[in-house]
Design a protein around this ligand. Structure first.
Ligand SMILES: CC/C=C\C/C=C\C/C=C\C/C=C\CCCCC(=O)SCCNC(=O)CCNC(=O)[C@H](O)C(C)(C)COP(=O)(O)OP(=O)(O)OC[C@H]1O[C@@H](n2cnc3c(N)ncnc32)[C@H](O)[C@@H]1OP(=O)(O)O
Ligand SMILES: Cc1cc2nc3c(=O)[nH]c(=O)nc-3n(C[C@H](O)[C@H](O)[C@H](O)COP(=O)(O)OP(=O)(O)OC[C@H]3O[C@@H](n4cnc5c(N)ncnc54)[C@H](O)[C@@H]3O)c2cc1C
Length: 664
């Protein structure tokens, strides 16, 4: 029934002010106003339709993306949208495109690694999209091992130029988004060679295509690397391959904030740490954490609404069947994901603050917090993207068979999202970076150097190695101090155990390789502690609105106790809690699911997603699922004709053959 809200009774059960929760989710009243206005603007513009994406060929899909990005840019300029509004518009258009890399990596790379003069020259062009750029770091042979990149940038003092060259097949740039067909320019990463000496990997701005006819400039070979996972999905993006044959660029196109090459060919290292060459990755990893909460909340919104609509079993005497959301198994799979979406939102907010803080410190030549910023962005990127990718797939299963239909929105969401576990740093490689940071922290404990920030708890290592969890009744698990102590003790004990095991190896690097699986588990424990503690910190703030804080407390406890349940082996093995306390935590978790149940629909309404953005028949706001599923099926191109194309060639002869055989 059109116009009827099938989820109205669910909404009327909510025990909190949804409008105020929307403000909490958006981050501020202003952010909510902008998001709400821009999402509706996109939803109401037919040029941003996306319901036919999965049935287009690659070429059609790509051209469609070009059309949408051009239309988006037209609207941004016509309406004179601010940077914030423009970025919301691109987000709600919801189609991976070269613009993600132009705004998300090319511009930040120049901003972070360019000198003042370079910013003044390149940024105005990039902001007006008079040039389009990408971030070309990864090569065919090396992605994770950035120090292993092979592209060379050799200084020629005769002409005051760098010669950019791809000496081997494996040195071909491979993967950069926006490179294949669109970018006119790239920030490329190459080994700096001066007078035969290798000064390591640095960034350079290189023009790739003519500004007149878009043809590759002399010495440049460039193209798309081919179809990727899933129909539609990330195939809107032109991930590319790029080779250089002795391409010359002026010396002032090396990004020179971190290191400089003088006219005489002298290499000068600034007083900033060399790791700032990796700065763009820190920035993007931080944005990816915030993005994880968006992708997960979207899947959770679909699965929650559909779970309230879907009924199976349980009817007596012809009465209505049970809503699947009322099954405890459904709740125990769905509600931790709902809680995770909120948890990732808040840790993403905090990470943004941390990134802003470290950036300000760097400007004042204070580099002390850079290692922590690197460890936090790397670790949280890994934790949140892995959980989100798994969570989207779980949401698909929570929707039963219909979740497998493209019209559920979930297959495409998964296909677009899953590379987040790999790009911007493979998740295991990033956890190993966190583990190194933790081992360094533990090794310095006796030196009098006090750990700060997210490792401050390690300063209480003696107490954490011995403490006993105080839980006696299930409700004791609702105390934030109890939860924090259990997570801190688990993390500290796992890190200390790894550090002790490492001392059994004569060569620490060999030990690190041998113990790397344990080390990644210690890193996960540390990162989960950060997420739990930032959720708890958020709840110390003044949060207005009837019942809003209470709901967030329920979600925070679900998130923490779900993790405790999932990683029970860690908690028991390290002796942080007893089996009896584990069982009480489980009892409490069940009770929390019951408390979340009446609020579930309102908690996903608080994400404020339009039906256009969700792109899901199952997740429709009005819950009118079945008629729309039925309607959608008939729109499939296969249903354009009643008898399929191919009947005469293949089906008919087969049937006739069977008939002949039967007669013989
Ligand atoms: C559709 C998407 C939608 C939304 C996303 C939202 C927004 C994002 C916008 C656009 C994104 C869109 C699409 C995705 C695009 C993806 C783009 C890419 O993938 S770009 C390529 C990324 N590549 C990587 O991430 C490579 C991974 N490898 C590395 O980072 C490093 O090499 C390493 C593995 C971390 C380190 O290698 P190594 O062991 O060799 O160590 P080093 O000797 O290099 O390091 C020594 C020293 O430095 C510290 N360190 C390392 N990295 C950093 C850093 N980034 N910052 C600060 N410090 C760093 C390291 O800890 C060591 O410290 P020490 O122990 O000496 O104190
Ligand atoms: C969709 C997509 C978009 C991308 N966009 C860009 C872009 O715009 N620009 C760009 O420059 N790059 C881009 N990339 C490349 C991306 O950053 C790399 O693929 C990523 O960093 C992983 O590196 P790799 O491919 O070399 O993986 P590998 O390092 O080869 O990983 C293969 C396996 O080896 C394991 N492994 C590797 N090293 C270690 C180790 N030290 N210890 C234990 N295990 C290890 C990994 O865990 C993984 O299981 C993109 C990739 C994808 C998929």
């Amino acid at each position: 029934m059109e116009g009827v809200d099938h989820l109205a009774s669910e909404r009327s059960r909510a025990q909190f002010d949804v409008e105020e929760m929307k403000v909490v989710w958006a981050g501020s009243r202003h952010a909510l106003e902008v998001s709400d206005r821009i999402s509706r603007l996109v939803a109401s513009d037919p040029a941003f339709r996306k319901d036919n994406r999965t049935s287009l060929s690659r070429k059609e899909l790509f051209k469609n993306t070009l059309r949408k990005t051009a239309h988006a840019w037209k609207r941004i300029t016509e309406l004179r949208l601010s940077e914030e509004e423009a970025s919301r518009l691109r987000f709600y258009v919801d189609e991976p495109a070269f613009t993600d890399l132009h705004w998300g990596m090319f511009i930040p790379a120049i901003k972070g690694q360019g000198t003042e003069e370079q910013l003044q020259k390149w940024l105005p062009l990039a902001y007006k999209m008079q040039i389009i750029g990408c971030y070309a770091q990864t090569e065919l042979g090396h992605g994770s091992n950035v120090q292993g990149l092979e592209t060379t940038a050799t200084f020629d003092p005769q002409t005051d130029e760098f010669i950019i060259h791809s000496p081997t097949l494996t040195s071909s740039k491979w993967w950069p988004g926006g490179l294949g067909k669109v970018s006119t320019h790239a920030v490329i990463y190459a080994r700096l060679i001066i007078d035969g000496k290798d000064y390591g990997v640095n960034g350079f701005i290189v023009q790739l295509r003519s500004m007149d006819d878009h043809l590759p400039l002399p010495g440049i070979t460039v193209g798309d690397i081919g179809m990727k996972f899933g129909s539609g999905a990330y195939n809107t993006m032109d991930n590319g391959v790029l080779r250089f044959d002795h391409v010359r660029i002026p010396r002032d196109q090396m990004l020179m904030r971190v290191s400089q090459v003088t006219r005489e060919g002298k290499f000068v290292q600034s007083n900033v740490p060399r790791q700032l060459v990796y700065g763009t990755m820190v920035y993007v990893r931080q944005t990816i954490v915030a993005d994880a909460s968006c992708a997960l909340s979207r899947a959770v919104c679909i699965a929650t609404r559909y779970s309230a609509v879907r009924r199976q079993f349980g009817s007596q005497n012809g009465g209505v069947e049970t809503q699947v959301i009322d099954y405890k198994t459904q709740q125990s799979r769905l509600f931790p994901l709902l809680a995770s979406a909120y948890a990732f939102r808040f840790v993403g907010e905090w990470l943004k603050w941390l990134y802003t803080d470290v950036t300000q410190r760097l400007q004042a030549n204070d580099f002390s917090t850079l290692p922590e910023a690197h460890a936090c962005t790397a670790g949280l990127k890994s934790l949140t993207t892995s959980a989100t990718a798994d969570g989207i797939e779980e949401c698909r299963k929570l929707c039963g068979g219909h979740g497998y239909l493209c019209s559920s929105g979930l297959p495409e969401l998964f296909a677009v999202y899953v590379p987040a576990c790999t790009y911007e740093g493979d998740n295991i490689v990033l956890l190993l970076q966190v583990a190194r940071f933790l081992m360094k922290t533990v090794s310095q404990l006796g030196s009098g150097k006090k750990p700060v920030g997210t490792t401050a708890y390690m300063g209480r290592v003696d107490q954490l190695m011995q403490c006993h969890c105080a839980v006696q009744r299930a409700e004791d698990w609702l105390k934030p101090s109890v939860i924090l102590e259990a997570f801190e003790a688990r993390s500290a004990r796992m890190s200390v155990a790894c550090a002790q095991n490492l001392t059994n190896f004569a060569n620490p690097e060999e030990g690190f390789l041998e113990l790397s699986a344990d080390l990644t588990e210690a890193a996960v424990a540390h990162c989960q502690l950060i997420v739990v503690s930032k959720f708890i910190e958020k709840l110390k703030q003044d949060i207005p609105g009837k019942g809003v804080k209470e709901q967030l407390e329920i979600l925070c406890n679900i998130y923490a106790l779900f993790l405790l349940h999932k990683h029970l082996g860690d908690f028991l093995k390290t002796g942080c809690i007893s089996p009896k306390q584990a069982s009480l935590a489980n009892d409490q978790l069940r009770s929390l699911y019951s408390q979340a149940r009446p609020n579930a629909i309102a908690l996903v309404d608080a994400f404020d997603y339009t039906d256009h953005f969700l792109g899901s028949v199952l997740g429709r706001y009005d819950g009118n699922v079945y008629p729309k599923l039925y309607e959608e099926a008939w729109k499939d191109p296969l249903n354009d004709s009643v008898v399929p194309d191919g009947y005469q060639e293949y089906i008919r002869p087969m049937l006739k053959q069977q008939l002949r055989n039967a007669r013989l």
